[in-house]
Structures are given as C-alpha cells and as structure tokens.
Design a protein around this ligand. Structure first.
Ligand SMILES: Cc1ncc(COP(=O)(O)O)c(C=O)c1O
Length: 230
C-alpha cells in the first residue's frame, strides 16, 4: 500500500511541534490558508480499543465520515471492514486493494446502477429496512437476497430411526413442521439402501419422461415391440 502521503514524526517531534512548523512554513510562503492535521495514532489507538473491548464485533468504518486517503489506507492496513454508501465509495475502497467481502453497501435507497456495480464487484453484503428496498435488491443483485436467509448445517435423516437411514449433510434454512425438502440428483445409493426397519414403507418411485423424451425413446430399436408404443 502507498503510504507516501503520511509524514512520520521523528525524534522528539510532536503533533504540536508539527503544527508550529507548518504555521511557520506558511507564514514564510505568505499563506494563510487553513489546514487540518490528521492524527493517525488516534485512528490506530481507537481501532485497537474497539478490538479489545468488543472482540466479537467486526468494525465497518463508514467512509462517509472521512474519506481522506491516508485514513482509509490506515484502516485498510489495520484490517477493518468498510461501510460504503455509493458506487464511488465502493470504487474508492476497492482501489486500495480491500477485498469485496470486507465491504457492506449501506444506504436506505440504493440506485439500480449502484446495485449492479456492487454485483459486478463482488460486494454481496448490504443493508435494507423496508420491503421495497429488499425487492429492488432481489431484482438487481439476487445473490444477496438468496444469502439473506440464514442457513444452518444440518443432517437429513430418513423416517425409520435406523442409523443407516442418513440421507445427506446439507445447508438448510430454518424449517417448519410440514415443509417438504426437495433434493436433486438423488436415487443412486439411496433407493437401493432404503430399509423397512421399524415397519416403515420404502419411498415410492415415480418415473417420468417428457413428451419429447418419450417420442425419442419409443423409436429406439429395443422399444419397437413394447406394449406402450402407440
Ligand atoms: C438501511 C439503512 N437504514 C438506515 C440507515 C441510517 O442509519 P443511522 O440512522 O444509524 O445513521 C442506513 C445507513 O447506512 C442504512 O443503510
């Protein structure tokens, strides 16, 4: 990261002596233009205080507070996340080499073009506090909304209470009694391994074929004599 705009106080230098030098320098140059001094020690110290007092909270610095490049670069180096309110703020933080998963796109009303930019940049975490905004996010950055439902690591068991009747490990949303679980690509090593243990029925198998599939299949050589062929 480029820290060339940060001046390091050497020897017995303090913020006050630094300010004095700047005032003298300006006077000699005939300038009365006001200036700021940004104390990055304070930024580092506050960051460490945050981390020590709230070790389980991850800070996301709101870029809108102060987007001075030296402040952002210092925070990026310290490992904070960033709260960005617009496309421009996302671009600014990403340009420092911060990875998109350390950014939250936070704004009450996000323009579609900024949502598209977040999507293209891999910024997948964002805020909303009304249904319309959630609908908009679902339209322009659907991955975020898919993710907004919390998922839980789960084991899916069959009904028989047999130890072998373990179907799969899966990430599942919170379920209610009566919900159906639909799984793709089942069959191999499940149908044949099913058990009647405890008197349970094995799952029924419905074999289905599309109309086009049936058209193709019924002309196959081995099907020619089948009773099903019309
Ligand atoms: C969805 C949402 N609501 C509200 C706010 C404003 O929050 P606060 O009132 O805490 O400044 C923000 C700011 O980022 C936001 O993203």
């Amino acid at each position: 990261m480029d820290f060339s705009d940060i001046e390091v106080l050497v020897g017995s230098g303090t913020i006050d002596s630094f300010i004095g030098e700047k005032i003298v320098g300006r006077a000699m140059a005939g300038s009365q233009v006001p200036f700021y001094v940004c104390d990055l020690d304070e930024v580092c110290e506050k960051h460490l205080r945050w981390r020590n007092l709230l070790p389980r909270a991850t800070p996301f610095y709101a870029v809108k507070c102060n987007d001075t490049p030296a402040v952002l670069r210092t925070l990026a180096a310290l490992g904070t996340g960033f709260d960005c309110a617009s496309k421009r703020e996302m671009e600014l933080v990403l340009s420092l080499g911060v990875s998109p998963d350390r950014i939250i796109y936070a704004h009450t009303t996000k323009p579609a073009s900024h949502l598209r930019h977040a999507r293209a940049s891999g910024v997948d975490t964002m805020t909303f506090d009304c249904e319309d905004e959630l609908d908009k996010i679902a339209t322009f950055h659907p991955k975020v909304v898919d993710r907004s439902e919390p998922m839980f690591q789960a084991v899916v068991w069959g009904p028989t209470c047999a130890a072998v009747d373990r179907l799969q490990d899966a990430l599942l949303p919170k379920l209610r009694v009566g919900d159906w679980l639909l799984s793709d690509d089942m069959g191999a090593y499940t149908v044949v391994m099913a058990t009647h243990f405890n008197g349970f029925e094995k799952a029924e198998v419905y074999a289905v074929l599309s109309a086009q599939g049936w058209e193709k299949l019924k002309f196959c050589e081995s099907f020619k004599d089948s009773a099903h062929v019309e």
